[in-house]
Every structure is written in structure tokens, then in C-alpha cells.
Ligand binder design. Structure first.
Ligand SMILES: [Zn+2]
Length: 453
């Protein structure tokens, strides 16, 4: 018999248009999916035999989705960058991320992922779309991450970033890793894959062509950073005479399963191409501020009909922090307090993230609470001092919610955290082992960055 669970005594926030709130509601889960949602008294009578989980009057919401992240960056926390501070985005890549990805060994890949997965469970992020790089521990690295995700019990979409920066052999190996994992992930629960590419600025036409050829028949899109900084556009113009989106479109990289990350410096025509190709764009405001690369025209893209989603680019897996950053960034960037309306942010973070995740997990679509959807659910202990309803919920999230208010995290009907106690991962043991590994990761990083400075 399929595993079943009845969540009762909660304020259900479905995010389903027209039926966002159910006071004193219940959710009946069977086989990892939501079977029925309704008033608690009805469902308690109908499913009297089911195991019960009392939400204690908390808000019961879909788990958050992160549309773009990098587990591999976890060891960067607290790490010193030698020499003068990087002055722009290309220097941040050269002095921080590229030497760090080279410093990772297999166990570091595993612990980078585990650190992020603990953070995700604790802060209610249940689906993560990851973009991985570890050129010195490349073959099988996506399996190492997938094993960690399965141990955690979360849902993830994995990819390996193809780049030319470590030579043709490494590029070929990274293409093979994507292809291998796109096939291998089909036998795993709650794991999907997409084809990772670093960015136009580190990919030749030949490599792009090899990726498109390798992806034939795999029914996948690509996951690639685009125009995060003007350097990507200048590189593309110098290399091909085309802007980045035109170049990628010409190469066959765009499409309705492809994810374009950032799109900060795309021009009007590039946005038209993204829309016409039904390609997803992800927005990462904390990362954009940290790298000082500017602010994407998110509202303009939404008005054009481009599905913009919300990611974190390796920042904490507390997605409401990303809501808050988006809300503030566009106001100060445009010096206009009307920008980045709370409802627009909810559209990105809830509706569009759910649509993207559902494309990648069609059998049990995550992100909204409705019959047939994945039973990926969080409890939020939010004692509001003012009325909460569907119309003002985004502003409660932006001004009132904290990630620490997540008390219970459930994925596919299975509790991964209950009353703030982690049930699948041992946070203390993971942190302790990561602290043992970090000094050697940092040492390797320092010798690599020292050699390239
Ligand atoms: Zn990224």
C-alpha cells in the first residue's frame, strides 16, 4: 500500500490562484503526492486510518524552490582571497571561483553538497537546481552529489558546467558527465538533470556544437550563465560578431527546456529572442549585488512574457532572503519605490519557479499545493501581528518571515525535519567533517591562485 499521511490543523497556503488560503485545513498525502486538500474536519473523517501530523495551527506551505544554485561553493565561506580584492566580475571568477573549483576533490564535492542540503532542509527549500564544477574530481561527480541529495531526501536537478578553460580533454569529459548523468538519473527518485554549460565567454563554437550534438535524443535543455557581466557580451561580440543570446540561439542552446541564468546585460533584441524561444531566465539579486554586476530588467522581461524565476547562485538556501533582496535591489537601482512589487516577486518565486520545477519533475510537479502535486511541504511558525490573506501574503513574507520560522520540512510525503529537528542528516557530524576538509581545500586553492596571479 502506498505510504499515506494526513497533515491536519494548519492554515494551508496553496498559492493556487483563487484558492490560496484554507483556514483549519488538512492535506492528505499518498505515494509522495498530494491526494486531497480541504477542511480538516472533512479529511479527518474521510481518512480516519491515516497517520496524522498535527501542524499545530502553523502555516502549511509548498516548500521553496531555488532555480539556480552552486553547491560546490560551500567551502568559500570565510575563505581569504589573497592579494588586492577583485575589482570586477572577471577578477572574481579568476581569483575566487575558478581556483576554488579546481581545489575540490571527491569528498569535498560530497561535503559541499551536504552543507548546502542541511541549510536547505532547515530553511524550507525543497527543490534545488544545481550547477556543478570540480574539474579535478569530474567523472562521477554528479553521482556523488545525487547520493547526498538522496540521503538528505530533497529534490534536485543536477548539471555539470562544460567550459573550455581547462582544455579540450576536460571539456569532453564534462560533456560526457552530463550525458552519463542525464541517462543515469532516470533510475533515481526525486533527481533530474539538465545539460550544464558555464557561459558563452568560456565556450568556443566547436564546444557548443559538441554539446548540442551530445544532447541529441536526451530530451534536455541547457543551463547556462548569460550576460552576467558586460564582459560576456564583449567576449561574444569579439568572438562571433554576435551578442551572447544571438550566439547561443544560433548554436541551438536555447529552447523551452533551457535555463538562462542572470541575463543582466541582455539588450532589447536579446530579450525578444529569449521570449520567442520560450527560454527560462533566473534572477539572483544577492549574487548580482555581491558581484556588483547591475540589476536585470526583471519587470520588463515579465511584461514581455519571459518566465523569470528566482535562484540564489550559491547564497544561503533561505529563499525568502532572495525575495527581500529582489524587493530592495530594484528600488534602489531605479531610485523608484514602486519597482519590484511584492506580487511580481511572488509570481517569480512561486508561480514561475513551480512551472520550471514541474517541467523537470512532470510526474509529481512541485511548488504549489494541489491534488497530484508533489507532497513537498513546509510548516511556518508565523504569528502575525496583522491580518494575513492571499492579497498581502507577499509583503508578510518580505517584511515578516524569517527562514528560522520553518519548523518542519517534508519532501515527497517524507519528513526531513520535524519541529526543527533534522531527521535525515546529522548536521553536527557534517559540519565537523567539513571543518576537517576545509583547510586542505583552502591550501590547494591558495596554491592554484598563487600560481595564476
Ligand atoms: Zn551561477
Amino acid at each position: 500500500m502506498a505510504e499515506s499521511l494526513l497533515i491536519t490543523n494548519g492554515t494551508i497556503v496553496t498559492w493556487e490562484p483563487g484558492q490560496e488560503f484554507i483556514e483549519n485545513g488538512a492535506i492528505y498525502i499518498e505515494g509522495g503526492r498530494i491526494n486531497e486538500i480541504g477542511p480538516a474536519r472533512d479529511l479527518e473523517a474521510r481518512y480516519a486510518q491515516a497517520d496524522r501530523l498535527d501542524a499545530g495551527g502553523q502555516m502549511v506551505m509548498p516548500g521553496n524552490i531555488c532555480a539556480h544554485t552552486h553547491f560546490y561553493g560551500a567551502f568559500a565561506r570565510g575563505m581569504a582571497i589573497p592579494g588586492p580584492a577583485p575589482k570586477d566580475f572577471p577578477q572574481i571568477l579568476e581569483k575566487l571561483w575558478w581556483p576554488l573549483d579546481q581545489a575540490l576533490r571527491e569528498e569535498d564535492v560530497r561535503y559541499s553538497a551536504l552543507i548546502c542540503l542541511v541549510d536547505a532542509i532547515r530553511h524550507g527549500t525543497t527543490t534545488l537546481i544545481d550547477h556543478h564544477a570540480s574539474p579535478n574530481a569530474l567523472d562521477g561527480s554528479l553521482d556523488i552529489i545525487a547520493d547526498a541529495v538522496e540521503e538528505a531526501g530533497l529534490r534536485a536537478v543536477l548539471s555539470y558546467e562544460v567550459t573550455d578553460r581547462y582544455g579540450p580533454e576536460s571539456a569532453r569529459a564534462s560533456i560526457a558527465e552530463n550525458v552519463r548523468f542525464l541517462r543515469a538519473c532516470k533510475t533515481r527518485r526525486n533527481i533530474a538533470a539538465t545539460f550544464g554549460l558555464h557561459a558563452s565567454l568560456t565556450l568556443s563554437d566547436e564546444t557548443l556544437g559538441e554539446c548540442v550534438d551530445a544532447a541529441q535524443g536526451l530530451e534536455t535543455g541547457f543551463h547556462i550563465h548569460v550576460a552576467e557581466d558586460p564582459a560576456d557580451e564583449y567576449d561574444s561580440l569579439a568572438k562571433s560578431g554576435k551578442r551572447v543570446v544571438d550566439r547561443l540561439c544560433g548554436a541551438g542552446i536555447l529552447g523551452e527546456k533551457s535555463i538562462v541564468v542572470h541575463a543582466v546585460h541582455t539588450d532589447a533584441r536579446e530579450k525578444e529572442i529569449l521570449r520567442d524561444m520560450s527560454t527560462w531566465v533566473t534572477h539572483q539579486p544577492r549574487s548580482n549585488m555581491n558581484n556588483a554586476v547591475g540589476a536585470a530588467d526583471v519587470e520588463g522581461m515579465l511584461r514581455m512574457g519571459i518566465p523569470v524565476c528566482l535562484g540564489n547562485d550559491g547564497f544561503s538556501n533561505a529563499m525568502w532572503e532572495e525575495w527581500k533582496a529582489a524587493y530592495l535591489l530594484h528600488k534602489v537601482w531605479n531610485r523608484d519605490p514602486r519597482r519590484a512589487n511584492g506580487a511580481d516577486i511572488a509570481e517569480i518565486a512561486i508561480q514561475n519557479n513551480a512551472a520550471l520545477a514541474s517541467l523537470l519533475f512532470p510526474a509529481s510537479p512541485p511548488g504549489l499545493l494541489m491534488p497530484g502535486a508533489a507532497a513537498d511541504i513546509i510548516f511556518v511558525d508565523y504569528n502575525s501581528p496583522t491580518p494575513v490573506h492571499a492579497g498581502n501574503l507577499p509583503w508578510h513574507i518580505i517584511f515578516g518571515f524569517e527562514a528560522s520560522m520553518v519548523t518542519t520540512t517534508i519532501v515527497a510525503g517524507k519528513a526531513l525535519m520535524r519541529d526543527r529537528k533534522l531527521l535525515t542528516l546529522d548536521e553536527k557530524a557534517i559540519s565537523a567533517r567539513a571543518r576537517e576538509l576545509a583547510p586542505s581545500v583552502w591550501e590547494r586553492y591558495h596554491s592554484i591562485v598563487g600560481a595564476t596571479l
